[in-house]
Write a protein that binds this ligand. Structure first.
Ligand code: NAP
Length: 252
């Protein structure tokens, strides 16, 4: 029996990059997975490619910052699968490049709305559903930058530190109910989001000097961590962050 057989998972921002890999891996491990992102066309093509692999997936358009979209994400999940065991909150925005104290107010608000507030709201709104099954759990996708801020991603880094705090606070609150809450802190993973860090040879070289394993990570290497954390193999782990960064520094 596959380790996530019989489980139902929602993965936000899962039509590309790390979220797509997580959705694929959870489905390969036996879960029914709800795939979502802002654009219906992206949802359709992600669902098509996962269905071609004979994976059990449902696509629902969901911009995590929109209350109505989050509502229909949960409603469609229950309509199709009848329950929810796992929430992976993966969406993030980074509209600006620069230090934290040069960040303008509207960029700050957008970063915190999408990265932190939406994660908080998704967790809160999913709770009535997660409470109905044993062994439910939540995973937030933070970042190595949440432990050791990237100079050019100042506000984004702070938002990712906030997710580590959210993980710890929510884990303590939900532990008496047996609901686990953890986060993943990826290093530099080769996706569209991080392309500025590897597209030019000089940026790539510079990035590699900061990574002890001397290579960028791949989305599938984060998906394996997510699958472990949401499985019963991690049944005694809550309030933790697993860093998958090729050895980049992860001390606060
Ligand atoms: P990506 O490859 O650019 O993928 C982004 C995905 O998010 C797409 O499916 C996109 O689809 C969706 N999306 C964007 N904004 C959304 C929103 N507001 N609501 C719902 N879906 C949204 O990004 P990624 O690199 O995989 O990043 C995923 C997560 O990993 C983020 O939390 C990021 O901070 C974190 N992370 C990434 C790295 C890295 O090096 N790549 C490192 C550390 C942490 P639509 O356009 O259709 O919405």
């Amino acid at each position: 029996m596959k380790r996530l057989q019989g489980k139902v998972a929602i993965v936000t921002a899962s039509t590309d990059g790390i979220g797509f890999s997580i959705a694929k891996r959870l489905a390969e491990d036996g879960a029914s997975v709800v795939v979502s992102s802002r654009k219906q066309s992206n949802v359709d093509s992600a669902v098509d490619s996962l269905k071609k692999l004979n994976l059990e997936v449902l696509g629902v358009k969901c911009h995590v910052g929109l209350a109505a979209d989050r509502k229909s994400l949960f409603e469609e999940t229950i309509k199709k699968y009848g329950k929810l065991n796992i929430l992976v909150s993966n969406a993030a925005a980074n509209p600006t490049v620069g230090g934290v104290l040069t960040c303008d107010e509207s960029s700050w608000d957008k970063i915190f709305d999408v990265n932190v507030k939406s994660s908080f709201l998704l967790a809160k709104e999913s709770l009535p559903l997660l409470r109905k099954s044993k062994g439910s759990n939540i995973v937030f996708v933070s970042s190595i930058a949440g432990y050791d801020p990237f100079e050019l991603l100042g506000a984004y880094s702070v938002s990712k530190t906030a997710l580590i705090g959210l993980t710890k606070a929510a884990a303590k609150e939900l532990a008496p109910e047996g609901i686990r809450v953890n986060c993943i802190a990826p290093g530099i993973i080769r996706t569209k989001f991080s392309r500025a860090l590897y597209e030019s040879e000089s940026a790539h070289e510079e990035a590699l000097t900061r990574i002890p394993l001397r290579r960028l990570g791949e989305s599938d290497e984060i998906a394996g961590v997510a699958s472990f954390l949401v499985s019963d193999d991690a049944s005694y782990i809550t309030g933790e962050g697993i860093v998958a960064s090729g050895g980049m520094n992860s001390r606060l």
